[in-house]
Design a protein around this ligand. Structure first.
Ligand code: SAJ
Length: 464
């Protein structure tokens, strides 16, 4: 074993290695806390001075990191933050946790990764381990990051080590968090992978070594592509149920009683968030450069992207049944975050539903206990911004021609909606639990069966 590698491993064992985390968002800050918890002096890097000041004051800006925990590690001198990227030279380990968005033409935007790689290159020295964590296409670490680090004329796998280890942070998940979620790790060389595992096994409960950085990159995008495609299948099932005159929720719940070989996904108004709508496009983009068309991804993306328009058609059909046009109707959208019980609007299908209904001349209102405001940020294509969340009163509900449940937040009074609204288009199947006066149209078009009808199976007495 080389002196460089054995010296690094000693620093890992005796906790003298210092660790840098570039990007203190929903991935980087929880990671920084876990690395500090493992006894390593940790230096967080962020371009946002407010974030840096907050961390150094022991104030967390990330929902899954308590300020109490953060301030304890800051107080012990185990964790601090800086905007000064030259201090990367102090770090024996550097994890890159920066965003990897898509650009307007749905192609990978690696500008944050490239900027971080250049900062690392300027600070690169013998004995450092560099780990890219940002979700990206297979080949990024070797084809984009490594050439930048090579400018230091240090040799990967000998002088320094380079790996990919995908983040698997699920914000708000209280069961699976940074430390106990299995951590995939792949190196540019076998030595890199082994060094990466040696360090991360001090931080994570379970390490999952794979053959290369490319394999680790592919594992991550495969995980989320699997999810995106199955959500599309659930959305297609909802449309099939509309043609068949069946309630999709009863079908899904009955299928989910199969104890093996099935995984439940539910239809909805479309695909939101900063992972699932984006990650599959990283894979399809890469495969296009290899003259391979990922047809499943393309088709599933189309199905999901069409769901907001499908929902708007449901609303138009439901109003039409009452001899009303969308134009001039007052419509309340209930829940606008991209998924239940969070305040994140990124890629939320609710915004597209609102846009399409406004385009048809409806007067739009919304209620969302987690999202008090839709700001006029210059790229949200809605009329009448900023829009504020309306109080969910009987008067408001009675004044609406239609209510559309787009995101089924838990702390909403759905019984009030069932008793005071006249028409509800429910894209999440939540109104099934709240029978009332309102006419409820489900995502598969029919008035939904109350949940009691589609309740869990009655256990049959064993046949003698
Ligand atoms: N959605 C459906 N039907 C479903 C599941 C989701 O319509 O059956 C919609 C949601 O409403 C949302 C979008 O898809 O608009 C994405 O939802 P998500 O549950 O996948 O939540 P995300 O985007 O927060 O995904 C994250 C991912 N975590 C990581 O990448 C580390 C994903 O891999 C997780 O599986 C997911 O959280 C999770 O399970 O919560």
């Amino acid at each position: 074993m080389s002196a460089v590698r054995s010296n690094f491993l000693h620093q890992v064992e005796d906790r003298t290695a210092s660790v840098g985390i570039i990007g203190l968002g929903y991935v980087g800050l929880p990671l920084a806390v876990e690395v500090a918890r493992s006894g390593y002096r940790t230096l967080g890097f962020d371009v946002n001075e407010q974030v840096v000041e907050g961390v150094n004051a022991g104030e967390s800006h990330i929902q899954d990191v308590s300020s109490q925990v953060l301030s304890a590690f800051v107080g012990e001198g185990l964790l601090q933050a800086t905007t000064d990227l030259s201090r990367l030279a102090e770090c024996d380990v550097i994890s890159i946790c920066v965003p990897t968005p898509l650009n307007k033409t749905k192609e990978p935007d690696l500008s944050y990764v490239v900027a971080a790689a250049h900062a690392v290159m300027h600070a690169l020295r013998r004995g450092q381990l560099v780990i890219l964590e940002s979700t990206t296409y297979p080949g990024t670490t070797r084809e984009v990051v490594l050439p930048i680090l090579d400018q230091s004329e240090l040799r990967v796998g000998e002088d320094f080590f380079l790996c990919f280890s995908p983040e698997r942070v699920d914000p708000g998940n209280h069961v699976w968090h940074t430390r106990n979620t299995p951590k995939v790790m792949g190196g540019i060389t076998p030595a890199c992978g082994e060094v990466g595992v040696a360090f991360y096994e001090k931080v994570f409960d379970t390490l999952v070594p794979v053959e290369s950085a490319e394999a680790a990159e592919l594992v991550k995008v495969y995980e989320n592509t699997f999810r995106m495609i199955n959500i599309a299948l659930a959305n297609e099932l909802a449309q099939a149920c509309e043609k068949l005159g069946l309630d999709v929720w009863g079908v899904v719940e009955a299928a989910a009683t199969k104890p093996f070989g099935f995984m439940k996904f539910t239809p909805g108004p479309g695909l939101g968030g900063h992972c699932i709508p984006l990650d599959p496009h990283y894979l399809s983009w890469k495969m296009r450069t290899l003259a391979f068309k990922t047809r499943m991804i393309e088709l599933a993306s189309e199905i999901n992207a069409e769901m907001p328009a499908y929902v708007v058609r449901k609303v138009a059909d439901a109003l039409n049944d009452e001899r009303k046009a969308v134009k001039g109707s007052r419509i309340l959208v209930l829940g606008i975050a991209y998924k239940r019980d969070i305040d994140d609007l990124r890629e939320s299908p609710a915004l597209e539903v609102i846009r399409l209904l406004q385009e048809k001349g409806a007067q739009l209102f919304y209620h969302d206990p987690f999202c008090p405001l839709i700001e006029d940020d210059g790229h949200t294509p809605l009329a009448g911004l900023p829009m504020h969340s309306a109080d969910l009163s009987d008067a408001l509900l009675q004044a609406m021609d239609a209510v559309v449940v787009v995101t089924d937040h838990t702390p909403v009074d759905y019984q009030r909606v069932a008793d005071s609204a006249r028409l509800v288009v429910d894209t999440r199947g939540v109104m099934r639990e709240y029978p009332g006066w309102a006419r409820v149209v489900g995502i598969s078009g029919q008035s939904q069966l109350p949940a009691a009808v589609a309740r869990a199976p009655v256990r049959l007495a064993a046949v003698k």
